[in-house]
Design a protein around this ligand. Structure first.
Ligand code: OXD
Ligand code: MN
Length: 612
């Protein structure tokens, strides 16, 4: 394979023998090693001893900085390149056989051209470096949902992150046996030059090639690349759904369990919602987390929709996370957590904007520069992250590792919208719910590079993550109805609506429990609502607002539907559908027309009817 110059490796970083006899796997790894020419190849077994070795090595090369081990045992800080801090959607490609397969919302590159272009970059790119072979399982190891990936990477930081985010090591090789059914992921950090950065997906080959970035979403190939982009294609072909959704359990004081899946675009508080602590009024109610970012949904033998979380850890946004906003996450990230691009205190603790307590006087900022209180610059990058094992989560669902997953009673689609979308709205049926998902919009955030704060359509929160033609994906969602005997009820939610002065109308965070309670009760057919031309909304009194200090006018404003806003919304949806081409399912066009026709009816009926 390689003529390993073991002498230049630290003791913790020497090549070892393949941990499998799987001929497909060993041949592929040899092939990739011939191309990338690493000095050494290290197969990862996922053991504790290996974790200690890799961590020691990462510290020795400066990739990880140890934090105060008494306060934050097993925690380290990583700083990424200043130009490598977020997903890069404009450099992310779906390299399917035809442009039509990728559809108008994805960047497409011809697969032959993409392989050739990247081969040139990979050639000799790991000289002087170590190639880690990281076998991993997405999903509980024994689950029929599970998929196996192998990530080849030259980044010890990536290998250590994958160890947290997935079931990594020998367990994956054992499950794979001699099968050739595994995702082939190749990641090379390169010189972290945005001019030579490509995140390429080849769904037809179950292959991902990522070059030139060490940032999570571009480099941890199990997450967005496999569990969403490639898996969405597998779901289309195999009859299931790979979704950008959290999964949570709601336990009533009587012990009744209900599971809800919810899709929100990046940085809309999915992790907070998945770990919500109910307010005092909801004494005895418990929220448990199954997953905070991705759900794989399949129809069970009993005709219900079941969800598993394919991940084993959380790659969450640090800024804004505090004991006040998400105490569960704060407790989760005190041990065995890798922090990326947060600020460092003089005594080895971490800090970010929005953390509890006083702002420290002196810090080292996310780029390693001295920072003083009052500085105009952020100390932590707005997209700074923590990578933490889900087993640290004190509210982890006892079914988070269940091979069959959990039965979903309700699906919530949410976005960050200053106007138009009310606090909560229930769809009339599955097709109308799919319309909600297909037309979701949200203001952009720092999770991806580009302008922040503009509304963009983000269907199912999957715009950056759907691995095939969006119109076909809508059709796939519509077609799922025929397979589900007991479909979940579908809702639209918006915690981010603002008043005329730009102030948020709804307190959000734990208070979202009040909305969740209505959702659960609607799904279980035991609470009322008002039928409007746009869907069902809670009537005054249907939402439990006891103990909430919120003036009635604000409650009215946040739950309001306004004809003019919705007419504009539906017109903009029409433009969005047109941008997707002729392939958008007819059912969705008809939903739009029906809603618009109902609104126009009211609009033309006279002022006394102007409330939808
Ligand atoms: C994420 C994202 O990192 O959606 O989860 O950007
Ligand atoms: Mn996400």
């Amino acid at each position: 394979m390689t003529t390993a110059s073991v002498s230049s490796a630290t003791q913790s970083d020497v090549d070892n023998k393949p941990l499998t006899k799987n001929p497909h796997l060993t041949a592929w790894v040899e092939h990739m090693a011939r191309m990338c020419q690493p000095d050494r190849v290290v197969w990862c077994d996922g053991s504790e001893a290996e974790k200690a070795r890799l961590t020691e090595h990462a510290v020795s090369i400066g990739s990880l900085i140890p934090l105060d081990q008494a306060k934050l045992p097993g925690c380290y800080l990583h700083r990424s390149g200043a130009n490598d801090v977020a997903r890069v959607e404009h450099l992310t490609f779906i390299c399917s056989p035809t442009k039509e397969d990728a559809g108008p919302t994805n960047n497409w590159m011809d697969p032959t051209e993409a392989y050739a272009k990247l081969r040139e970059l990979y050639n000799g790119s790991m000289k002087g470096r170590t190639m880690y072979v990281v076998p991993y399982v997405m999903g509980p190891v024994d689950s029929p949902f599970a998929k196996i990936g192998i990530e080849i990477t030259d980044s010890v930081y990536v290998a250590l992150n994958m160890r947290i985010m997935t079931r990594m090591g020998q367990c994956a090789l054992d499950r794979l046996g001699n099968s050739e059914d595994f995702n082939k992921g190749l990641h090379c950090t390169g010189d972290v030059n945005p001019e030579r950065r490509y995140i390429c997906h080849f769904p037809q080959d179950n292959t991902i090639w990522s070059f030139g970035s060490g940032y999570g979403g571009n480099a941890l190939l199990g997450k967005k690349c496999l569990a969403l982009r490639i898996a969405s294609c597998l779901g289309r072909d195999e009859g299931w759904l790979a979704e950008h959704m959290l999964i949570l359990g709601i336990e009533s004081p009587e012990g009744e369990m209900t599971y809800v899946a919810a899709a929100f675009p990046s940085q809309c508080g999915k992790t907070n919602f998945a770990m919500m602590i109910p307010p005092k009024r909801f004494k005895g109610w418990k929220i448990t987390t199954v997953g905070d970012d991705i759900a794989w949904l399949r129809v069970g033998d009993d005709g219900r929709l079941y969800a598993v979380n394919p991940e084993a850890g959380y790659f969450g946004v640090a800024p804004g996370t505090s004991y006040a906003s998400n105490g569960t996450a704060m407790r989760t990230i005190q041990t065995d957590t890798l922090y990326t691009n947060v600020a460092l205190t003089p005594d080895g603790d971490v800090w970010w904007e929005g953390k509890d307590g006083d702002i420290p006087a002196e810090l080292t900022d996310w780029q390693g520069r001295p920072w003083h209180r009052g500085s105009m610059e952020k100390a932590a990058h707005p997209n700074a992250r923590f990578t933490a094992p889900m087993v640290n989560n004190p509210a982890l669902s006892k079914f988070a590792d269940d091979p069959q997953g959990v039965p979903i009673s309700a699906i919530i689609f949410g976005g960050r919208r200053a106007d138009t979308i009310p606090l909560v709205l229930q769809s009339f049926n599955w097709t109308h719910g799919v319309f909600f998902g297909a037309t979701m919009g949200s203001e952009t955030t720092a999770a991806a590079t580009g302008k922040v704060g503009v509304v963009r359509r983000d269907p199912f929160a999957m715009l950056p993550f759907c691995g095939y033609n969006m119109a076909d994906y809508f059709r796939h969602w519509l077609s799922m109805q025929a397979k589900i005997t007991f479909p979940p009820k579908i809702f639209l939610a918006n915690w981010f609506r603002k008043d005329k002065n730009g102030k948020f109308l709804w307190p959000g965070f734990g208070e979202n429990m009040r909305v969740l309670k209505w959702v659960v009760d609607r799904a279980r057919l035991r609470v009322g609502g008002r039928e409007t031309p746009l869907g069902w909304v809670p009537r005054p009194g249907d939402l439990d607002l006891s103990g909430l200090d919120l003036p009635t006018e604000k409650v009215e404003e946040v739950t309001q539907l306004t004809i003019e806003e919705w007419v504009r919304e539906l017109e903009s949806v029409g433009e969005f559908f047109a941008s997707l081409g002729a392939n958008v399912p007819r059912e969705l066009h008809m939903q739009r027309e029906l809603l618009l026709a109902r609104l126009n009816l009211i609009r033309n009926a006279g002022p006394q009817y102007r409330t939808p």
